[in-house]
Design a protein around this ligand. Sequence first.
Ligand SMILES: NC(=O)c1ccc[n+]([C@@H]2O[C@H](COP(=O)([O-])OP(=O)(O)OC[C@H]3O[C@@H](n4cnc5c(N)ncnc54)[C@H](OP(=O)(O)O)[C@@H]3O)[C@@H](O)[C@H]2O)c1
Length: 266
Amino acid sequence: MTSSYGLRGRAAVVTGGTRGIGRAVAEQLAQAGALVCVTARDADEVRRTAAELGGVGAVGSVADPDHLRAVVDLTLREFGRIDVVVNNAATNLPYGPLMDVDPLSWRESFTVNVEAPLRLVQCAWRAWMRDHGGAVVNICTEGATHVGPHIGAYGTSKAALLHLTQQLAGELAPKVRVNSVSPGLVRTEMARFVWEPREEEAAAGLPLGRLGEPDDIARAVVWLASEEARWVTGADLLVDGGTRVRAAFGSQAYAVHEGLRAHRPT
Ligand SMILES: NC(=O)c1ccc[n+]([C@@H]2O[C@H](COP(=O)([O-])OP(=O)(O)OC[C@H]3O[C@@H](n4cnc5c(N)ncnc54)[C@H](OP(=O)(O)O)[C@@H]3O)[C@@H](O)[C@H]2O)c1
């Protein structure tokens, strides 16, 4: 990624920017000339990443509203502006059937995955974006629009994030564009327990023949954050290697269509 995409000199916050998708986003933003503030809970990783990217870092959990205010204060203090917010940090901890989910971890998943993105945007809006404009990109998931085993809490919170994205896009226009990116299965730590035990099989089942890499998602995020997407708001960009269309081409679908063909009127 070498194009500056109009991001040179712009300031960006990437939550969860020390590894996986967030790290790739922060890296590509920095390559495009943006000034980057990364956040995460592990202080060593935050320091290391900020140094490697020539940016700044804030240590804390996005679940803590004081931390989110501090992130915006730091970005403004260091860079004098805050043009881009990428809400990337998330949790999928209440993994399992909804009947077993305890109220604390259910609340935690909504605090981290939905409330934190809203609070961070509120802080950035009041401090800078209301007057100067900007772009927000929320990292959602391909699974936000359909149900599946064990991901009830995560999926419900990400569906709320999808809704929040469109709501904010309506409320913050025309000053601020708000979009989301919905990744399919990406080879990161968070999803390791899903992809590692069956990587080849999962990759072979995808139309594009491989699992996602953090860079694949980051390209879409940077595009949405950039001037290239200046007339795009309220959109969800699916970056999933064809995961969603696979369902339409599964063996069940072929069986149905074979049946239809057999009965096609002549
Ligand atoms: N990987 C996939 O297949 C996939 C698919 C669809 C959607 N997504 C979404 O993509 C985003 C990134 O996921 P990933 O797979 O890249 O995860 P990852 O590799 O586990 O990285 C997560 C990042 O977020 C930070 N983080 C986690 N909880 C945090 C919190 N409460 N406060 C602040 N920082 C926190 C982590 O650092 P610390 O642990 O040091 O805080 C790390 O920097 C998430 O929104 C996820 O839902 C991922």
